[in-house]
Design a protein around this ligand. Structure first.
Ligand code: ZN
Length: 108
């Protein structure tokens, strides 16, 4: 009887582990997607700062942002959604609407 209980416990543990593996694969996929998106956000911030330096102009509006960056740096590489730009506050931010994160634009 004890042996059977042990077998049952081991079986439960295996099942639990199996579920955890599929969950972490999903987690990993989400993490990879987030990383891909954040890489684009980082590049966008870098390109934007270079643009501002070259043009001696601060990007505060969506129109300026579009002229400074190509579309490939303005959309999420995973969902294709357009990034949200907030240029009104001192901490200007570019945010992914899909929740992959956001990047702050540094002041010179
Ligand atoms: Zn994204």
């Amino acid at each position: 009887m004890r042996f059977l209980m042990l077998c049952f416990a081991v079986l439960l543990l295996l099942v639990a582990c199996g579920e955890q593996t599929t969950m972490s694969i999903e987690d990993m996929r989400l993490r990879l997607e987030g990383n891909r998106c954040r890489a684009v956000l980082d590049k966008a911030a870098y390109e934007l700062m270079s643009w501002e330096y070259k043009n001696e102009q601060r990007v505060t509006t969506d129109e300026l942002l579009r002229s400074a960056l190509p579309d490939s740096l303005l959309t999420c590489p995973v969902t294709g959604e357009r990034y949200i730009f907030d240029g009104s506050s001192t901490d200007r931010t570019l945010t992914c609407p899909s929740g992959h994160g956001s990047v702050k634009l540094m002041e010179e």
